[in-house]
Ligand binder design. Structure first.
Ligand code: NAP
Length: 323
């Protein structure tokens, strides 16, 4: 009997794939940096028993048309806004994601963005490397303190809590907002639950870590930025579509807020001539929240383990459930 086929939409390291090759035929899109072509994805979705997909792949109803074998889609991300869950469910295809294994790594990057923006690290580095540093000056590259300030976390989930834990080391006051209160986080971390608007008004650092849903899309709009302090720094490590980028541009341009640390954008990859990138007070990274070598490999392995579980007719380790 032929082995089940797993199609992976990006080139992954051989060391990750190898342990699964005795039980599965594994095919991969041959490029590491370029996404799979749409026609190839559609064709492989018809042939394969399982797909490993990336957040840059749109998995919509077209993918499930005419499919015959597909049983599971393992998305290499904790977010799954690139997948139409209803269409997968209608096609009887299980969807899995990669929670937990990336939590601390993403929290490190999020807090790093916050620090880099507040202390102008990128700007200061350019200054040194461009040979602009001629003299010491009392307010040279003076930024804002992070310690003892107020951080407001919107989306106090796994990553939000891990960011909050880091903030306690900086002796920050912790505010958070979710749709529902998380009493254990309040007890464990000393966090205070507040409404969205109160969080915006009181925080020195507004950190966004909610998933992208129809409810959160465009949540950070003109009104949200206007509620923030004019010294506030906005950090987004969740998904770009939560932010109205035009409103964010205006808010920074008109000194409504002080700056932003952004790992995610409405359109990725963002173009270097995007107006937001013209500001020194915007620190931008290319969606690398979970990008440490160890974590990315753990995520890849978890995808393949999820597929293995489903193919063995066991419960997936980290299935995505529709809410
Ligand atoms: P999680 O544990 O599910 O946490 C999400 C939190 O958001 C929950 O506490 C949830 O609480 C809250 N939330 C959901 N909808 C909300 C709404 N409408 N208003 C306010 N709060 C809301 O997820 P996670 O593992 O921490 O991951 C969070 C997100 O980070 C992912 O979905 C992904 O988009 C993003 N991410 C980005 C990177 C990156 O590379 N930059 C890496 C990993 C993850 P309630 O249900 O009580 O509202």
């Amino acid at each position: 009997m032929s082995k089940p086929l797993i199609y992976i939409t990006r080139k992954l390291p051989q060391s990750v794939v190898e342990p699964f090759e005795s039980n599965y035929t594994i095919e991969m899109w041959p490029e590491e940096e370029k996404p799979v072509e749409r026609e190839v994805l559609l064709e492989k979705a018809q042939q394969a028993d399982a797909l490993v997909t990336m957040l840059s792949d749109q998995i919509d109803s077209e993918v499930f048309e005419q499919q015959t074998n597909l049983k599971v889609i393992a998305n290499l991300a904790v977010g799954y806004d690139n997948i139409e869950l209803g269409a997968a469910e209608d096609a009887n295809v299980i969807v899995t994601n990669t929670p937990d294994v990336l939590t601390d790594t993403t929290a490190d990057l999020t807090f790093g963005l916050l620090l880099s923006t507040a202390r102008r690290l990128m700007e200061a580095e350019r200054y040194v490397k461009n040979n602009d540093w001629k003299n010491w000056a009392p307010l040279l590259m003076a930024g804002q303190d992070v310690h003892h300030k107020t951080i407001g976390i919107i989306g106090m989930g796994r990553i939000g809590e891990a960011v909050a834990k880091r903030a306690t080391g900086f002796e920050m006051e912790l505010l958070y907002h979710n749709r529902s209160r998380k009493v254990e986080a309040e007890e464990k971390l000393g966090a205070t639950y507040v409404g969205f608007e109160e969080l915006l008004e009181r925080s020195d650092f507004v950190v966004c870590l909610t998933p992208l849903t129809e409810e959160t899309r465009g949540m950070f709009n003109k009104d949200a930025f206007e509620r923030m302090k004019d010294t506030a720094i906005f950090v987004n490590a969740s998904r770009g579509a939560l932010v109205d980028e035009g409103a964010l541009y205006e808010a920074i341009e008109q000194n409504v807020i002080a700056g932003a640390g952004l790992d995610v954008f409405q359109n990725e990859p963002i173009s270097a001539d995007h107006p937001l990138l013209s500001f020194d007070q915007v620190v931008a990274t290319p969606h690398i929240g979970s990008a440490s070598e160890e974590t990315r490999k753990r995520m890849m392995t978890l995808c393949l383990e999820n597929i293995q579980q489903v193919m063995n007719k066991d419960e997936a380790k980290t299935p995505v459930t529709r809410v």
